[in-house]
Design a protein around this ligand. Structure first.
Ligand code: URA
Length: 277
């Protein structure tokens, strides 16, 4: 068999990264260099880096398998826990804390940081995007990557500056989906109670829904963003509270489709007129 060199392993790793893999999702390492059919123990014994001095070549004992004890009372499902935690939060810091504690989503395991919100809740204007990307995940702040920078420039063109307290901004998901994939319906549904509580606690006068995920989930609509955008709608909570919401295109879409900036500009003017009235 050809020897597997550290250089070959590095090259294989680099290839995975070039193909877009950016997360290691298995908790336990898997020896992919082991020839098919060869038992793990034979290779592990041969390759053990620090053989026991008293028994040459012996591998360290395996940790005993622990059978988890059956819980006396089953934990409520993640969705019920999310709803209860959200309802119990009575301030924005309490909500942030509750979301950081919530362990009902695997996204929490692969994300680096919780991305809660940024800007000024007291501005009365709350923008809601989809989910953090890589830059947001690293910094723990929403919309700080290239699409966030475009969004900041667009909003500044109608006099709304994040650093001057012009708006408040968050996402439907507080954790980055691995590889920046689109959030699943199950993930959106799971985090929706937190988003609705977030809106209730921030008490905005106006909402802006950035892109299809935010617009469709908060407006409970099946229509695409190109149909929903450019109009004021209402986001309603289960207790009957309602907030006027403008749906518009996501800045990441505008980066991919610069010709759509014309529609986004119209939406911005609609927002500016509403804020001035
Ligand atoms: N896209 C989003 O929807 N949210 C972010 O925070 C960044 C990019």
């Amino acid at each position: 068999m050809e020897a597997v060199t550290p250089e070959a392993l590095l090259a294989a790793l680099r290839l995975q990264i070039d193909w877009g893999a950016d997360e290691a999702l298995d908790a336990a390492p898997l020896d992919r260099t082991r020839p098919a059919g060869r038992p793990e123990s034979a290779d592990a014994a041969a390759a053990a880096p620090f053989p026991d001095a008293t028994s040459p070549g012996a591998r360290p004992p395996r940790p005993a398998l622990v059978t988890p004890r059956r819980a006396a009372i089953a934990a409520p499902p993640a969705a019920s826990r999310a709803a209860a935690l959200a309802a119990a939060a009575d301030s924005l810091p309490a909500l942030r804390e509750a979301m950081a504690r919530f362990d009902g989503s695997p996204l929490r395991e692969t994300a680096t940081n919780l991305v809660f919100a940024d800007g000024a809740p007291e501005s009365g204007l709350m923008l809601i995007g989809e989910a953090p990307g890589g830059d947001e995940d690293r910094q723990g702040r929403p919309f700080v990557g290239v699409s966030g920078q475009l969004l900041d420039r667009m909003l500044a063109s109608i006099g709304l500056r994040r650093e001057a307290g012009g708006f408040y901004i968050t996402n439907i998901l507080p954790f980055r989906p691995p590889g920046n994939r689109t959030p699943t319906d199950a993930e959106i549904t799971l985090f929706l109670p937190f988003v609705l509580r977030h809106i209730a606690l921030a008490r905005p006068r106006h909402l802006v829904l950035l892109g299809g995920v935010a617009a469709k989930s908060l407006l409970r609509s099946r229509e695409g963003i190109t149909r929903l955008r450019g109009r004021w709608h209402e986001v309603t909570a289960e207790d009957g509270q309602a907030w006027p919401a403008l749906a518009t295109l996501h800045p990441a879409y505008l980066l991919r489709t610069p010709s759509a900036k014309r529609e986004a500009w119209r939406d911005l003017l609609l927002l500016q007129r509403r804020l001035a009235s």
